[in-house]
Write a new protein. Structure first.
Length: 211
């Protein structure tokens, strides 16, 4: 389960990737670096008939059945799209794209990083988001109201399977797939819940190797 990724795409580069569409940058300063669960990170989401770049907190609301206390640390990865808990957020209005440069899976003694074999390949996780959700993320903070996100997972491709045989994030590299994920009915968009082709990812020691 991916609970660590790296994001180095600049805000200007993100705007250029969507230069044919209206996008407002409301993210403030986006620092490059590693992203861990419950941290703020950039996402691209709907803003009426346009797009907006914002920061949101990684971890969607957990199903109440899995919570043992009032605290909800959030769910970072979503696999079962038939679950009633997730179905409410699968419409286009709640879909987002999460920029990613490399992602990691845990291994003994550390993390194995994965990056695109084409160094200039832009990647996005297929994400879902909810705005203004009130919950207790950390006991010391009490209730907070946050914009939240998570991303889909699927069966792994060959590279990820060699390290993590159960799942990998759903990664979109084709602009046509970005548009489909953001706007198509779920019956069509859900077909994107599939792994990258074998050979599309390289195993690297750290995100620093991604040029």
């Amino acid at each position: 389960m991916c609970n660590l990724y790296n994001q180095t795409t600049t805000q200007e580069a993100m705007r250029q990737l969507f230069k044919g569409m209206s996008m407002t940058d409301r993210a403030g300063n986006v620092a490059a670096g590693n992203v861990y669960p419950d941290q703020l990170a950039p996402i691209i989401r709907h803003d009426g008939g346009a797009l907006e770049l914002v920061k949101a907190r990684w971890g969607m609301p957990s199903p109440p059945s899995v919570l043992k206390t009032q605290r909800d640390p959030g769910i970072t990865n979503v696999r079962n799209l038939t679950s009633p808990h997730w179905r409410r957020w699968l419409g286009p209005a709640h879909r987002c794209l999460v920029p990613v440069t490399a992602f990691a899976e845990p291994i003994k003694g550390g993390s194995q990083w994965f990056a695109p074999t084409g160094s200039q390949t832009p990647m996005f996780f297929a994400g879902i988001e909810v705005r203004g959700w009130t919950s207790v993320r950390k006991v010391k903070d009490g209730e907070t109201t946050d914009d939240l996100y998570a991303f889909l997972t699927c069966a792994p491709n060959a590279e990820v399977k060699s390290v993590h045989p159960k799942a990998m994030p759903v990664i979109l590299t084709d602009p046509r797939d970005w548009e489909t994920w953001l706007s198509a009915p779920i019956e069509i968009a859900s077909k994107l819940q599939s792994p990258l082709p074998d050979g599309a990812l390289a195993l690297v020691e750290s995100p620093a190797e991604v040029s």
